[in-house]
Design a protein. Structure first.
Length: 329
């Protein structure tokens, strides 16, 4: 099978072995999305070598669960041991021995086939297109914020960033009816936030020693810029006893003065993967529209060009179109 492997460099393999694992489903990948985590892995983040990719929609070709055979599915990316305390509690995201699709000890979705346990798979309703289903995993990561922090109509929220993940966070947070400010640096991307009713501030106007604008301090600041300077700005924007949610993953150190967090008693929360079911409901109902966020589509044969396009600051979601009809394994 074809697969895009990273081992210091990106290589498109034409003879990669099928990723069969005992007791797991074999899934034909239909489409997959490139995210900032994939880009950071190519810079050394997570020290991963293997087939990249974790945002996907596919069709089950072989499965221990006959009810899933032939179904379109998306997949939770964390595969736990299914025996430890956290796995038995129904949440493998923090299993100490977990593998993570395309990120940790498990080949990912930038290939014609992938393997996952059936417990990780959720069927995709007919009302959700393949392209929209690609967004389920990153949307779930965005939605996880609402599981961690109480946000409602009276909340003042600031989101730092206007890129791939930030755009999804914006869409999820606007469903709460909160007062939302978005801080970014790309005017074209910021227009997406304006169309959803957010107040916009350019990064250049709020950063530095003497900012041109001093926005009202927020109850919740969500850092989704992918920049090492994002946390420092978040500490400036959050109110005393407010909350900062960190969504960015980037390779390298984050230089920051932490005394404001102590003096102002700020709560800082890390936020990673989220639940898929609520996001499938949002997409199925049309409450969130992701179609405007697709910048480019490439076949798997042009995956390296797709990565170059995804790294362009002007780009949002880049989708790899891998298969359009069922194939035999």
């Amino acid at each position: 099978m074809k697969a895009l492997r990273f081992d210091g460099t990106l290589q498109l393999l034409h003879d990669a072995p099928l990723p069969r694992r005992p007791g797991e489903a074999l899934i034909q990948v239909l489409k997959a999305g490139i995210c900032n985590t994939d880009l950071e892995i190519t810079k050394g983040y997570a020290s991963f070598a293997g087939v990249l990719g974790h945002e996907f929609v596919g069709r089950v070709i072989e499965s221990p669960d006959n009810e899933l055979a032939g179904r379109r599915v998306v997949g939770e990316i964390n595969v736990g041991c299914n025996a430890c305390t956290v796995c038995r509690a129904g949440d493998s995201r923090h299993c100490a021995t977990r593998t993570v699709l395309g990120i940790k000890d498990r080949d990912g979705a930038f290939s014609e086939f992938l393997s996952l346990p059936t417990r990780n798979l959720l069927a995709v309703p007919d009302s959700i297109s393949d392209e929209a289903a690609v967004f389920v995993e990153p949307l779930a990561a965005a939605y996880h914020i609402l599981d961690q922090v109480s946000i409602g109509p009276s909340s003042r929220v600031a989101i730092i960033g206007d890129g791939k993940l930030a755009q999804l966070v914006i869409r999820v947070v606007t469903t709460t009816g909160c007062s939302l400010t978005v801080v970014g640096k790309h005017e074209a991307k910021m227009e997406f936030a304006r169309s959803l009713g957010a107040r916009l501030l350019m990064l250049s106007d709020v950063s530095g020693e003497s900012p041109a604008h001093s926005p009202d301090q927020a109850d919740v600041v969500i850092e989704a810029s992918g920049s090492p300077s994002g946390l420092q700005l978040a500490l400036k924007l959050v109110r005393p006893q407010g909350t900062i949610v960190l969504k960015s993953t980037h390779n390298g150190a984050t230089p920051v003065e932490m005394f404001p967090a102590v003096v102002n008693e700020v709560t800082i929360i890390g936020s990673r993967c989220g639940r898929f079911a609520p996001v499938l409901e949002l997409l199925g109902s049309g409450a969130i529209d992701v179609a405007p966020l697709i910048s480019f589509r490439f076949p798997l044969d042009e995956a390296r060009l797709a990565f170059l396009s995804a790294a362009d600051p002007a780009a949002l979601k880049v989708i790899l179109e891998i298969a359009s009809s069922p194939m035999s394994a």
